[in-house]
Design a protein around this ligand. Structure first.
Ligand code: ZN
Length: 434
């Protein structure tokens, strides 16, 4: 049964040929990942995006791809010094058919301290490629390029279309990258049918989506007075202390008790969570000399609430407001304001979606095991494909170990890149209907 798809595309021999073609590019995939790492696309501020987009574009242009370079002008961080460049490469097939798109972000986070190799040296050693972005996600980008190139060599008359994009700013929300392109129709039907994002989630895992996010700023208000007579004022920091206490005693335990049917990894994230990102009140920390003797009249807290498919965004917001409203009823002079900063709904592609089925079949054939289906605790660019592009047929699948992302001595295994490239090539074969 499992072999039927391969038989339809020219037989098992053709599929074996495709797998051999990918395997034959082992050195090439390592070199490509290393070359990409050597372009330090650190975000913030968003350096060298153009160089990286052009490096990718030049390679794919030589292989018959049409190139669109898109600068996300006016998006956060875009400036003449740090322009938000993206590249979308498209290769039309010999006849009409669906389009499969591989999307990778080209930005990486700062190197940070603690490295034993040059984070932008593209060091290849002991079967691994080291460097900032090796696993998140230049290794995944390299694997997808190799998969597509091997596929085109073996099936030059393929139907449909193949796209590869290198996009900016995923690490800072994707506004200058996938969100901007999605608004221009780059991630919608009829242009695109299936999207695979090679984020590092391990080569036998299919990431179906992510939890939701709501960031908000809560401010408590008080009244300024002399610090020697605090009873003449009203301390906004103490009011914020009451908020913290209520979160600690009521909200956080209630969230921890809520479990989801989403297969979120790690399992600790299979509940609702609340992080307190920051808290500030009264005089700033950067004062010169002695602190001012004042009762603080304002305190601010930023919260990061991650929520589940089983919860609604309105319900999530109402729950926090409920805690604050109860304090307003029970605590003298308690006043607050709350401001939405950022929100993303949870998303989860169905397991029977064609892109999930095709990648699952690839994992079974290449890895000889059942795929693990996962959901990411945090969001990634799939949110824009879903929300702006209105395309449900999107997953993350790529090589690399998620835990290594953003760490010193980040690396990607060369065998992992090759194996995931084989899975991607097989998925491409299946999705294009060969
Ligand atoms: Zn990433």
């Amino acid at each position: 049964m499992k072999r039927d798809a391969a038989v339809a595309g020219g037989g098992e021999a053709a599929m074996d040929g495709l797998m051999e073609a990918v395997a034959g590019k082992r050195d090439e995939v390592a070199e490509l990942a290393a070359d990409l790492i050597r372009i330090p696309t650190v975000n913030p501020p968003g350096e060298n995006y153009r160089d990286c987009a052009e490096f990718l574009g030049e390679r794919l242009g030589k292989r018959g791809f049409e190139l669109s370079y898109v600068r996300a002008e006016g998006t956060p961080g875009d400036s003449d010094r740090y322009p938000r460049w993206n590249v979308v490469a498209r290769r039309e097939g010999a006849r009409p058919g669906p389009c499969v798109h591989f999307n990778s972000h080209i930005d990486v986070v700062e190197a940070g301290a603690g490295w034993t190799v040059d984070p932008f040296g593209g060091v290849i050693r002991d079967g691994k490629v080291y460097g900032r972005g090796a696993c998140d996600m230049k290794g995944g980008l390299a694997a997808s390029v190799i998969a597509v190139e091997a596929f085109i060599e073996r099936f030059p008359d393929f139907p449909g279309a193949i796209e590869i994009s290198g996009t900016a700013d995923e690490e800072s929300g994707g506004y200058g990258g996938v969100a901007y392109l999605a608004r221009q129709g780059f991630f919608s039907k009829p242009r695109v049918d299936h999207v695979i994002i090679p984020e590092p989630l391990n080569k036998d895992c299919i990431c179906l989506g992510h939890r939701g996010v709501w960031w908000a700023k809560i401010e408590t208000r008080g009244r300024i007075a002399h610090g020697s007579m605090p009873f003449l004022g009203d301390c906004a920091v103490r009011h914020m202390g009451a908020v913290l206490n209520a979160f600690e005693c009521e909200l956080i335990p209630a969230l921890a008790a809520r479990r989801t049917a989403m297969p979120v990894i790690p399992p600790g994230a299979r509940s609702s969570t609340l992080n307190i990102n920051s808290i500030h009140g009264g005089q700033g920390e950067d004062f010169d000399g002695l602190p001012a003797p004042c009762v603080p009249d304002s305190a601010r807290m930023v919260i990061d609430r991650r929520f589940l498919m089983e919860e609604s965004l309105d319900g999530v917001k109402a729950e926090v407001r409920g805690v604050l409203d109860r304090l307003a009823e029970t605590r003298k002079d308690f006043r607050y304001e709350i401001e939405d900063l950022f929100e993303v709904l949870p998303t989860m592609t169905e397991r029977d979606a064609p892109v999930v089925q095709a990648v699952a079949e690839g994992i079974r054939e290449v890895m000889r095991r059942e795929p693990t289906y996962v959901v990411s605790p945090g969001t990634y660019d799939q949110k824009h494909v879903d929300r702006i592009g209105k395309l449900k047929n999107c997953i993350a699948y790529g090589p690399g170990i998620l835990d290594l992302a953003h760490q010193p001595d980040e690396y990607v295994g060369i065998d992992d890149m090759v194996d995931s490239a084989k899975v991607m090539a097989r998925a491409l074969h299946g999705l294009l209907g060969l």
